[in-house]
Design a protein around this ligand. Structure first.
Ligand SMILES: [Zn+2]
Length: 368
């Protein structure tokens, strides 16, 4: 799924650096200082903007045993990084802080032997959270749950979750992480304090890359391409092949060609993908990567169609997205998302791309 592409936590510990969002850090720290905390927060914004980073820094500031003293005029979180709580949160081992999400759900289901698609946080997962959250904290003043992928809750799960938000346990704090706050139920939003994270200034992203040893020219390019999403820039920087950017460009180029091409060219491309698939190894993996990127692209088309372009992942390609949206109908975008998801699960179960994608290209991909 496209979540894999957007993952924010694979290149640097979430507690290492917060890039930008000083206003949010300042507000949250002052709510800790004045003991005016909410029971529930929503941190929303595009993938790679820093929502999970903000959540982890907030939690360290909440739980730190020896926070440095307040300095007049200095914004941002205060935590020591060295006390037991700080160290254990950094290692994701602190008993009073639990991070749940689709990965967590998949692990839980794996251990109980059940299966099924993991595109949504399910009601069983919400119940498991509710059971856990009713326990009093064992070390820190707070029992904290960071709920990644919160927008994937379907109505039944969201309504179950609402009960916890309506009557939260006294020492509980819940942080919902969401790519789009509009995807959450209004009844949930209304019970949370919402922090909508905006693009980080390009100069701040560039400075963060330079601090990490990037050369000036690539730092400038990646910062521009990240369009204010430090997570994207860092990920691309740590991946020395710049594979992310190259793969994305290639996938978009092929898609643009396909949208314009006739039946014969589409058949030829599904043959090309089939031969990549048959050759195994990296060439085979490139087919799955492309399908993932297309899914992300069509999800962006849906966001742009709905006037939510600021949540799109391909921020540097908004012009191309808009041009395509102008020529597409909503039903076509939704159908393509369904067909691509279906093709992906067929490839997962080892159906050849010729079969999985041939039909998609010939019968379902619109001609622009
Ligand atoms: Zn500490």
């Amino acid at each position: 799924m496209w979540e894999d592409i957007d993952s924010e936590d694979s290149f640097e510990p979430l507690t290492d650096a917060l890039i930008g969002h000083e206003w949010a850090a300042g507000l949250l720290q002052s709510s800790i200082d004045s003991q005016k905390l909410s029971h529930a927060y929503v941190f929303s914004g595009p993938a790679g903007i820093g929502k999970s980073y903000l959540a982890h820094h907030f939690v360290m500031a909440l739980c730190c045993e020896t926070p440095p003293p307040r300095v007049e005029g200095q914004l941002g979180f205060r935590f020591c990084r060295t006390c037991r709580a700080c160290r254990m949160i950094r290692e994701d081992k602190f008993p009073d802080v639990t991070v749940v999400g689709l990965d967590w759900q998949a692990r839980m289901e794996g251990s109980t032997g059940s299966s099924g698609a993991n595109a949504n946080l399910k009601i069983d997962t919400i119940r498991a959270i509710q059971l856990e959250i009713s326990r009093a904290p064992s070390e820190a003043p707070w029992r904290v749950f960071i709920v990644e992928d919160a927008a994937t809750m379907q109505p039944a799960a969201a309504n179950a979750f609402l009960k916890t938000l309506e009557e939260p346990p006294a020492r509980a704090i819940i942080i919902l992480i969401s790519d789009s706050d509009r995807a959450l139920l209004p009844t949930i939003i209304s019970r949370c304090q919402v922090f909508e994270l905006r693009s980080v200034p390009t100069a701040a992203v560039e400075a963060a890359l330079l601090e990490r040893g990037a050369e000036p020219q690539p730092a400038r390019t990646l910062a521009a391409l990240s369009v204010g999403r430090p997570g994207f820039a860092l990920r691309a920087f740590y991946d020395k092949t710049h594979q992310d950017v190259n793969d994305r460009d290639e996938a978009v180029m092929h898609l643009e060609d396909l949208l314009k091409s006739d039946r014969a060219a589409r058949l030829a491309f599904s043959e090309e993908l089939n031969s990549r698939w048959m050759s195994q190894g990296e060439r085979r993996a490139s087919v799955l990567t492309m399908l993932n990127l297309w899914l992300g692209w069509w999800r962006d088309l849906l966001l742009v169609y709905n006037g939510q372009a600021r949540y799109a992942t391909n921020q540097d390609k908004l012009d191309t997205l808009q041009t395509q949206v102008d020529r597409l109908q909503l039903s076509q975008i939704k159908e393509m998302l369904q067909w691509l998801t279906r093709a992906q699960s067929e490839l997962d179960s080892n159906v050849s791309p010729r079969l999985a994608l041939g039909d998609l290209f010939i019968n379902h991909l619109p001609r622009l």
